[in-house]
Design a protein around this ligand. Structure first.
Ligand code: ADP
Ligand code: MG
Length: 697
């Protein structure tokens, strides 16, 4: 996508559909633009000679504008955009609604709009957008009632209504913006384009957004990763319903909904995800105004015991930890604080603390090199001047160059102090947990900005053999594959137990005799998804029982479904489950993010426990390794209760190899290796199930 700087800083703006008609969007836009815009506004409307005293032209082609705002009705909007393109206007905001959001006719119109934009290489916002704002230029090209005040955050939203609500509130709170964009239907420019543009914009220090969906997941991840090396991105993503409404036949498909994909995708992108609007602004304001902490150690200075405990709890829920003070600090505290106080963290300077005691304590704490950040937590008392405390806090924050959050609890009484704090970039929170959350986001961002993203490992694999196996579904109604596709794993270097699929008891015995010890026998049929549910898996079969086991498996399958397509029986080497852990490694294709990998505990527990974790493929080694560490039952892998630890490196490699397989073959819609038995020495895939889309092959 092209450079968006002219979109936000045009010299001349054309309003196509400008009018003075009461209550119209065309009027609101012109009025909003005239108010502060440091540039020229050209009304376009063949019906008028002038609009609000500005000379109007009949055609956007006559405007010589840098940006065209289109508000004309839908049936002529596409033509207006085409004319703008023909006239060399590169930036267009389509306010007009009645496109993709309104059914098939609208969708066709949107398609046409996209084609026109492509033809002329336009930076096109919308359609169905509230418009855009950019405060350095004083440009309010929206039809909203409120203009933004200037600041260093840039804000995009998929809901225009939400923008108007946020601005109304933000103006009250003294929160300002650099650019504001109502994304509309995102026919051309989407979130990734704006993240990319703001990432290199000197005046944007934080990118924030409200999104309902992400168009191109992988592009989003790659763009955001680069931007978050120095610019934080905080997003609220709404809508936890399942976008991937495909009927899933794998465990991974059942568990992996679109929210798992977003959670994984945003995490991998380095985006800080806010669960609410409050979290969005709490963290964004901190990120916009304060330095990054040197450590996660927080000091809490308070004149109130109860809130002190609350904030300590909040620290416990965060990634931060309570700082342990140095000996010198403790000595100074004992000298300066009354005996009934607490010199340890949270530092209780007691209810009768005056301003001197408060700021002295904060000064001492911030000077301690074990302290990375501080929280000033106070309840109103008769001896404390809140405004003075606010000024001292601002002063000390600057002097020590460490992040400080304020929690001056109260209502009317704290307002003037909160304003002093806010003006200097120290947001005041009523609730200590919000203050801790915001500091935590700051510390999170520090970790994100230092992340190194490794390239995925490229394993040497047999892609041709894999393709042949996948192509076996061509021409079939049922495109699911089971253990008959074990070779697929083998082709990608994922270890499978010794064994074979045969279709007679005699052959079964032959295979069994080749295998050391007892064997496992399984029914092989595309119609039987969960083999053990029908007694279709026999574990620990001795050679002399192989004949009977074979007949019994076939009988069970016939009883279950008389016309089942039975391929045969798999005879497989026993894997040492006593010393192993059953895990699941799977993939489900998400409509936005593509292949979503899952790892968790496997076997029969996966559905009940849902102790799983997700990543968008392809993953690098460190990401695959993190997956094995972040499930709740990770200690089981490391050898709980005197058992040997399992080979986590091999599990990690299996995740990476599966990642490569599903990246190489978009035709694989979903896949489970359940279980992948992790052993003290190696890992073996004993079962596999997948669904293939032959059209993608
Ligand atoms: P399904 O999931 O269709 O029921 P599986 O092949 O996963 O069939 O087998 C079910 C369970 O049987 C596995 O979770 C595992 O506990 C056990 N099992 C399967 N194959 C083996 C094997 N080769 N060695 C040891 N246990 C096995
Ligand atoms: Mg299984």
């Amino acid at each position: 996508m092209g450079d968006l700087s002219e979109l936000f800083a045009p010299g001349r703006v054309a309003v196509v559909g400008a009018t003075e008609r009461e209550g119209s969007v065309g009027r609101a836009i012109v009025e909003n633009l005239i108010e502060d815009f440091d540039g020229e506004v050209v009304p376009v409307n063949p019906k008028y000679d002038e609009v609000f005293g500005l000379p109007a032209v009949a055609d956007v082609g006559e405007t010589d504008a840098d940006l065209a705002i289109v508000v004309v009705p839908p049936h002529i909007a596409v033509d207006a955009v085409r004319q703008a393109g023909e006239a060399g206007i590169q930036n267009v905001v389509v306010i007009t609604a009645g496109f993709g959001e309104t059914g098939s006719e609208g969708a066709a119109r949107e398609q046409e709009l996209t084609e026109v934009a492509e033809e002329y290489d336009l930076n096109l916002v919308g359609p169905n957008s509230l418009g855009i704002m950019s405060t350095p230029k004083g440009m309010n090209a929206t039809f909203g009632p409120e203009n933004a005040t200037s600041g260093n955050m840039s804000f995009m939203s998929q809901s225009g209504a939400f923008i108007t609500a946020v601005l109304d509130w933000a103006n009250d709170e003294g929160i300002g913006f650099k650019d504001v964009v109502s994304l509309g239907n995102k026919a051309v420019l989407d979130e990734s384009d704006f993240i990319d543009a703001w990432g290199t914009d000197e005046q944007t220090d934080v990118v924030i957004g409200y999104l309902e969906g992400i168009e191109e997941g992988r592009e989003f991840i790659d763009t955001a990763r680069e931007v978050t090396q120095d610019t934080p991105i905080v997003l609220v993503k709404s809508g936890r319903t399942d976008a991937g409404a495909q009927a899933a036949s794998s465990h991974t498909g059942t568990i992996a909904g679109s929210d798992q994909a977003y959670e994984a995708g945003l995490e991998q992108a380095g985006v800080i995800r806010a669960e609410s609007v409050q979290e969005l602004f709490d963290s964004a304001q901190m990120l916009a105004n304060q330095p990054l902490p040197d450590s996660k150690e927080i000091a809490i200075i308070t004149n109130a015991g109860g809130p002190g405990v609350m904030s300590t709890d909040a620290v416990g829920d965060s990634s931060l930890s309570m700082a342990s003070f140095s000996d010198e600090t403790l000595e100074e505290f004992s000298e300066k604080l009354p005996e009934e106080g607490n010199i340890y963290n949270p530092v209780d300077i007691v209810g009768d603390a005056d301003n001197d005691r408060f700021s002295e304590a904060l000064d001492v704490a911030l000077a301690d090199e074990n302290v990375g950040m501080a929280l000033v937590l106070t309840c109103p008392t008769a001896v404390l001047d809140y405004e003075q405390l606010a000024e001292d806090t601002v002063e000390l924050r600057k002097e020590h160059d460490k992040p400080v959050a304020a929690c001056f609890m109260g209502g009317e009484r704290v307002k003037p102090a909160a304003e002093i704090l806010q003006e200097s970039g120290i947001p005041n929170y009523f609730d200590p947990s919000r203050a801790v959350f915001a500091l935590d986001a700051l510390s999170d961002f520090k970790d994100i900005s230092r992340r190194e993203y490794d390239e995925p490992t490229e394993f040497d694999v047999d892609e041709e053999r894999a393709r042949e196996i996948l192509e076996s579904v061509k021409g079939r109604d049922d495109t699911r594959l089971g253990v008959e596709a074990m070779g697929l794993l083998d082709a990608y270097g994922i270890e499978t137990p010794q064994g074979d699929i045969i279709d007679s008891p005699a052959d079964a015995l032959e295979v069994a005799e080749d295998i050391d010890g007892n064997v496992v026998m399984k029914i092989v049929s595309p119609d039987i998804l969960h083999k053990s549910d029908i007694g279709g898996v026999k574990v620990g079969v001795e050679d002399e029982d192989v004949y009977d086991a074979y007949e019994d498996l076939i009988t069970r399958a016939r009883n279950y479904q008389p016309d089942a397509n039975i391929i045969g029986v798999q005879v497989q080497e026993m894997v040492d489950l006593d010393n192993g852990v059953e895990t699941i490694v799977g993939m489900n294709r998400d409509p936005q993010f593509g292949p979503l990998l899952m790892f968790g505990l496997g076997g029969i527990f996966v559905e009940v426990m849902e102790d799983t974790t997700f990543r968008v493929a392809p993953v690098a080694e460190n990401e695959a390794h993190t997956m094995t560490e972040e499930i709740d039952s990770a200690p089981l892998l490391r050898g709980a209760r005197g058992r040997d630890p399992v080979d986590v490196d091999e599990v990690t490699e299996t995740i990476q190899r599966l990642s490569q397989l599903v990246t190489d073959f978009p035709a694989i819609l979903e896949l489970d290796i359940n279980p992948l038995v992790a052993l003290p020495d190696g890992a073996k895939a004993v079962d596999v199930r997948l669904t293939v889309d032959p059209d993608e092959l």
